[in-house]
Design a protein around this ligand. Structure first.
Ligand SMILES: Nc1nc2c(ncn2[C@@H]2O[C@H](COP(=O)(O)OP(=O)(O)OP(=O)(O)O)[C@@H](O)[C@H]2O)c(=O)[nH]1
Ligand SMILES: [Mg+2]
Length: 308
């Protein structure tokens, strides 16, 4: 079952919080339960949201909103479910008037951009869409070969330039080819860059402008790939990338095996960005459409949303 894979991948985060969570439903006093809640939130790497949540919980408790400490668990579930954002409907909707929908993929070095592109391309192919890929990472020596291997596997064409070429020129060629071939999607890889490198961030703006000259309003989506194992640092990356290029969503790569699954809450709450997909391994099929409810259930070790 799809859900159980996400669930299994969150086991490390969950194991850290489930012990504390059990204390919420045991025969603890309310103040013990609030303390346990604090522990839950800090171990899940919820970041600054922890303070906000605990304050809210204390206020609710003071107001008598909870009949027993056990009520904290469903309350927490409600709050977290409000914050995590998934795609509303299709995570990669087609271009409304037909024609290539352009997805520019960005992120820091090694976040999982190229692998996530391969997975998203395969996902699009599996539902019958035609896709072209652009090798916008002209910086790293092996980048194009890595992408070529994935494209061969997914049976899609790759538009590439020479190593060291201007990535905006590759973007230009890829966009022209996407129009000429009439594909449904163009997915553009980009070199890893730090959100603090001003010249590299403005390079993304240039690539965007070039794409927009060939295909109106392109890129239609700029998707940030985040390495889930970096926890709260990923939130900071999202904030700063978003200041250079308007982001349409996030793919959370390497969610398998992270103990920092809570960062996704901040991405929804503070940045209002939907998580479109979760990356759950290194294979081309290790991708799932992100389901916020399943995520929170898995995080809190619940089979389904609790009621109170
Ligand atoms: N376990 C796991 N590993 C992943 C996942 N996604 C990517 N990786 C691994 O992370 C490493 C980096 O992935 P890439 O896709 O090359 O990352 P990138 O962002 O394109 O890297 P640069 O182009 O060098 O900036 C590779 O070893 C991938 O196999 C995932 O969801 N789970
Ligand atoms: Mg790459």
């Amino acid at each position: 079952m799809v859900f159980s894979k996400l669930r299994a991948s969150l086991s490390r985060t969950r194991n850290r919080i489930s012990h504390a969570l059990r204390r919420l439903s045991g025969d603890a006093t309310m103040s013990e339960a609030l303390e346990a809640l604090e522990e839950v939130l800090y171990t899940a790497d919820v970041g600054a949201l922890a303070g906000e949540l605990i304050e809210q919980a204390e206020q609710e408790a003071a107001r008598g909103s909870f009949d027993s400490p056990a009520d904290l668990s469903p309350w927490l579930h409600e709050r977290l479910s409000e914050w995590v954002q998934g795609p509303s409907g299709d995570p990669l909707p087609p271009q409304p008037n037909g024609g290539p929908r352009v997805l520019m993929i960005v992120g820091v070095n090694g976040a999982g951009k190229t692998t996530s592109i391969a997975k998203m391309v395969q996902w699009l192919r599996d539902r019958g869409d035609s896709v072209l890929v652009g090798a916008g990472d002209t910086f790293r020596a092996a980048a194009v070969e890595q992408l070529q291997v994935w494209c061969d596997r997914a049976d899609v064409q790759l538009v590439k330039g020479a190593q060291g070429a201007d990535p905006a020129a590759v973007a230009h060629d890829a966009a022209s080819a996407a129009v000429a071939r009439g594909v449904d999607y163009l997915v553009l890889d980009t070199a890893g860059r730090l959100h603090t490198q001003k010249n590299l961030m403005s390079e993304l703006e240039k690539i965007s402008r070039v794409l927009g000259k060939i295909i109106p309003d392109a890129p239609h989506e700029t998707i940030l790939i985040l390495d889930a194992t970096t926890g709260q640092n990923a939130v900071q990356q999202a904030r700063l990338f978003g200041q250079s290029v308007p982001l349409s969503g996030v793919v959370l790569a390497k969610l398998d095996g992270t103990a920092k699954g809570g960062a996704v809450l901040s991405i929804g709450r503070e940045l209002q960005l939907p998580v479109k997909f979760a990356g759950l391994g290194e294979g081309i099929h290790d991708l799932e459409v992100f389901d916020p409810t399943a995520y929170v259930n898995a995080l809190l070790d619940l089979d389904e949303a609790p009621t109170r």
